[in-house]
Design a protein around this ligand. Structure first.
Ligand code: ATP
Length: 267
């Protein structure tokens, strides 16, 4: 993973014989700084997310996770450093341009049209990008992913519960999978059964090639999905590495826990 130091004796950027070729990151954040007015929020953050993989961005309240997510999707200006998308420097690029290039931000990126039915919300997304027959099968795939939406297909989106609206917003994002999906606290307010559907859908688009940057309060769920973990604290990276290397160890993750609480993958 970019931003993670090579092991001792391993030259940077040169794969060991027989080692898999490193994948070019779909997202790369280089020495990123951001602030709100005069108050700094990010201080030199660097890491990368390869295509077809998920990185969990963890840390306590106020660590800068959402700020980083918003810098990546152009919603918060970067003070210095760079954001690269698919090898291209997109620092400072407008959100709509990023969306067009294949970057999505859930749940911020796309809400629902309250006065349209669930089905019309989905159709609107699909018909913009797909032929009539592809749109019809993508619609069925959305309903398979989120059976609750199938049950509510004729209901006006504005009359759905908050959790159902979030599910519909996510279904719209996933209907045409982006190259990079930034997921910020999607699970807030969602029932466990719905959450299972959401994480299954995230896994499926990751396996199909989407790069995921996942901010998630429920640490075990995030670590279960992700291959890499980046731990932020006070706007800096305090740990970055493979989730597999955390296996079996108790890890101090701070996130939404009492100071000193131990969090394990089995929690
Ligand atoms: P949480 O888990 O609580 O959502 P976070 O890790 O996502 O936290 P951020 O929301 O990125 O953290 O906040 C990082 C810092 O920037 C905090 O000190 C916060 O108070 C500050 N901050 C965030 N948004 C704004 C804003 N719109 N205006 C001013 N300061 C902000």
């Amino acid at each position: 993973m970019a931003g993670v130091a090579p092991r001792a004796g391993e030259p940077a950027g040169v794969p060991m014989p027989g080692a898999p070729m490193p994948r070019t990151p779909m997202l790369e954040v280089r020495d990123l700084y951001a602030s709100y007015g005069r108050i700094g929020a990010l201080f030199g953050v660097s890491f990368g997310v390869p295509a077809g993989s998920a990185t969990a961005l963890l840390g306590p309240n106020g660590a800068g996770k959402s700020t980083l997510a918003r810098c990546v999707t152009g919603l918060v200006p970067v003070s210095s450093g760079a954001v690269l998308f698919d090898g291209r420097d997109v620092t400072g690029e407008a959100t709509w341009k990023l969306v067009r290039s294949g970057v999505a931000h859930a749940p911020e990126g796309r809400s629902v049209f309250a006065t349209l039915t669930v089905e019309d919300n989905l159709r609107l997304t699909l018909r913009r990008a797909l032929s009539r027959s592809d749109a019809a099968s993508a619609l069925e795939a959305s309903y398979e992913r989120f059976p609750r939406l199938a049950e509510r297909r004729r209901q006006l989106a504005g009359t759905l519960s908050g959790g159902e609206q979030r599910m519909l917003a996510l279904a719209r994002v996933l209907a045409i999978p982006p190259k990079l999906l930034v997921v910020d606290e999607l699970s807030l307010g969602l029932a466990p059964r719905v959450l299972d559907d959401v994480f299954r859908a995230l896994r499926a688009i990751r396996d199909a090639g989407t790069a995921l940057l996942v901010i998630e309060q429920h640490v075990p769920r995030a670590l279960d999905l992700a291959e890499q973990v980046v731990l932020l604290r006070k706007g800096t990276v305090v740990h970055a590495g493979a989730v597999a290397e955390l296996a079996g160890e108790a890890v101090e993750l701070f996130s939404h826990r009492e100071p000193g609480a131990r969090v394990t993958r089995e929690d």
